[in-house]
Every structure is written in C-alpha cells, then in structure tokens.
Design a protein around this ligand. Sequence first.
Ligand code: MTE
Length: 314
Amino acid sequence: MPAYRPPHISPSEITPKGIYLSRRNFIGAATAAGIGLTAGGKAWAAPLTAAPGPYKLNEKLTPKEAVTSYNNFYEFGVNKEDPAQNSGAFKTTPWSVKVEGMVGKPKEFGLDEILKMKLEERTYRMRCVEGWSMVIPWIGFPLSAILDQVEPLGSAKYVAFETVVRPEEMPAQGGLFQPLPWPYIEGLRLDEARHPLTILAVGLYGETLPNQNGAPIRLVVPWKYGFKGIKSIVKIKLVEKQPETTWKNSNAREYGFYSNVNPAVDHPRWSQATEQRIGEGGFFGTKRVDTLPFNGYGNEVASLYAGMDLKANY
Ligand code: MTE
C-alpha cells in the first residue's frame, strides 16, 4: 500500500468557511454561468417527491447553495469547490447497484427501480471529521429495504460499499496526483447498516442529488463522521469480516472503522469537541457549537455499541 498523505485538514488550517462561503455567495450571481449554476445542480437535478419521514429536526437547514458548493468528493479534486466545478461531465444514467456476497438472492438494482422505492424526506444533522457541520434535507430510503430484498445469510456480519471508478469522467482518478486509492470504499457492521437511521439517499432539497453530492445514490449515516457517507455507489457486498475502508487504509492512526461522532475522542491533529455550522455565525462564520455524542443520535444508536470501548474503537 503506497503511503498516501492524509488530505483531511482542520478548520484552523484553511480559510474560515464563513469567509469562503460569504465570498462565494457574494460572487455567486456574477458567476451563475460557471460555478454558480453547476453548484446549484440545476443542470441535472430533477424534482423528486417524497413523503415526510421520521426523525424530524428542529434546526435551521443549511442553505442549499452551501450544501451543493462546499463538498468533499476527492474523485473530482481535493478542494471544497472542486466537486461542483469538475463533476459536470459525470454521467449518472444509466446506473445500477450490484448487491452481492453472503446473500440468498444477489441482485442488481437499476436506478429506475431504486427511484420507485418508498422515498422519504429525512432531515439529518451531518458532522464532518474536519470540524464543520450541516443540516440537510435528504431524500432516500432505509438501506435495510434493499438488504431485506437480497436476504443476507446468517454468516454475513458486515456490509462493504464501493464507489464507481471512471477516470474519464472523474478528473482526480485520472490525474497525475492521486489523492486517495480508488475505488473509494466504506463499510458498516450489519446492525449499523440495518439501523432505521441509515439511508441510501437519492436526493436533497426536493430534487435528485447533484453530482457533487454523490449522484445518483449515496450512503448517509448521520451519527458517524461524513466520510462514512460514500457517494456514487455501484456495489454493496455482504461479508463476514470487517471490510477495509478508504480513510483507515490511508491513515489508520487518524481514521478508524467506526468513526462515530464523539466529542470526547479528539482527532490526533485537532479537537472534535466543537463544530462550525456552515452558513451560520455571521460574516466571519467563526461561531462554534458543541458537538454531541453520536452527533445527537445517541438515544437511537448508543445501544449498538454497548460494552465497547469507543476510545479504542474510534
Ligand atoms: N465518497 C466518495 N466516493 N469520495 C469522497 O471523496 N468524501 C466523503 C464522503 N463520501 C467522499 C465520499 C467525505 S470526507 C465527506 S465529509 C462527505 O462525503 C461529504 O458529503 P457532501 O459533500 O455531500 O457534504
């Protein structure tokens, strides 16, 4: 395994996001033909209707402009604006997701079939390992709905996920500098994958996902750091052993398999005690709020980890 330099950087090491976003909003109108239009996802996002789902949040939504222009999607580059700027040529139709491995009925789900699932709107608090957070109205369905259809075998203990590899459409996969090994891979324990909070998202803000947010289908696990939310999924595999994950492979000291949001366990290079809500806190955007255990979803998920040392299993 080549030594990859961990490209996650702490908020204090970069331009404060308030300034970044204010600048972006300020120039947004002027650049509508460029970044602005692409960043809004308007070129491809189509309206998508969904019933209101459970887990309502009484918190201010992060503006759509921020959700769709401040992204991590390293296949399109390592800077926050890269995914919106560089994903215009990414083709998300046709698309299918293979679900295989230790299952009774392996199946390839076409996008049409996926979009016919019972879609719900789920507004979730999202916390990135870099110290910023957003509140996003996702559209999706529980991952368990797909797992039930393929009938996992008793020996299946984990679920492994894989992102598409398409260097011709994803510039950083084809470039000289490869920020991460491809494909991007992630994993969950089967009980985490089956938890009702865990969804496959196909949209946000009432529309299909913009490319930069992981079109056409991505994972959302709101009690874990954002990097668990693997984008543009093409494969889901039920396995017996804990699967490898991209960030753990790239730096196991800094990123573990579980990656539950935990203000008591600092990242080796920065504190995880507080977070900055993107798009809030005034012009300079430096106001920080306390980070909650399990990102505020402890009542729902803490029992999954009963008896586990969460400092050792970070
Ligand atoms: N999925 C893939 N395939 N490639 C990536 O680089 N980045 C992850 C995650 N999923 C990433 C990915 C990280 S670090 C974060 S914080 C979230 O996506 C960001 O999701 P968002 O841009 O929709 O907020």
